[in-house]
Ligand binder design. Sequence first.
Ligand code: CP
Length: 359
Amino acid sequence: MKHLIDPTDLTKPEIDEIISLAQDIIAHRERYQGSMSHRKLATLFYEPSTRTRLSFTSAMMELGGNVLGFSDARSSSVSKGESVQDTVRVVGCFADVIAMRHHIEGAQLYATEVSTVPIINAGDGSHSHPTQTLTDLLTIQRELGHIDGITIGFCGDLRFGRTVHSLIKALTRYKDIKVILIAPDELKLPDYIKQDVCERTGIPYREVETMEEVMGELDVLYMTRVQKERFLDEDEFDRVKDSFVLDSARMSLAKQEMAVLHPLPRVNEILTEVDSDPRAAYFRQVENGKFVREALIVKLLEWKDDPAHGMPEDEEPIVDPELRCPNRKCICNNEHAPHKFHRAENGVLRCWYCDSKVR
Ligand code: CP
């Protein structure tokens, strides 16, 4: 069965199909109204959300389907101790597809091991956010007319920013991508993305200290919020929270056809004076999220029983009773998920669920 847990669960032709269907939905909305009548989407949100949950809800409504679920797990039997796997087994009796957000990394992957319906990862901790990635790809395509060949600058919290990790993974599917990383030392991109993704697939990347030195090179500037909720140390957050701010003066250094993306919410990293700049694409990006989620729901239900659209072939997990995942926010340190591992191409052993380096 096809789930969407990580952007690499989709082949390039599958990404193309979803983006192309989203564009057709935008052009011919009336054709798709009612196409999901009698189908149900469950939204299980263990962590706050505005855009992702409401855009999934709106997407299913536009398709004529119904939506059930919770936006606060404390109002569900999770508060009585029900596990992620039991919850999805139960909800699979009520819904055709599940969109789940969880603060615990790997929770959705663990859920797929028992689910009878497709699961969509709507964000797991700092790890991954593949439907934001589809939103970002559709936005780049619509703003610039192409994705191949872009130079993209990621700015801000590249350490905890799951949307950054997922988008870089997806960009490995495209040609001639250049990545520029703009972040303070404390918020640099995790090594596993640099080594296992960029270096392994040959995407050139470089790390810089200021926005000014690269603004003129960028086709896309991808701004991010410094994620206070992921810091264990408040002093560390205070040191970096105002690291990079996009204002009109910095925009004047950029190309006329550059696009500014931001997954939102923003705090102070883009001044509101930038909102009226035609290159500010972040509110158009929000609406693209609804269309691309419509396309994703349609495609996942179409592919559900099609062997041509399964999950990527996994290697056998490595299990060693001596080894534990070091990430306390990983599902295997929070529920009874087994500690199991995969070996990256560079030989590093990583957690099966959250990709943390084990040794
Ligand atoms: N972009 C995004 O994931 O926003 P929400 O947290 O509001 O869903």
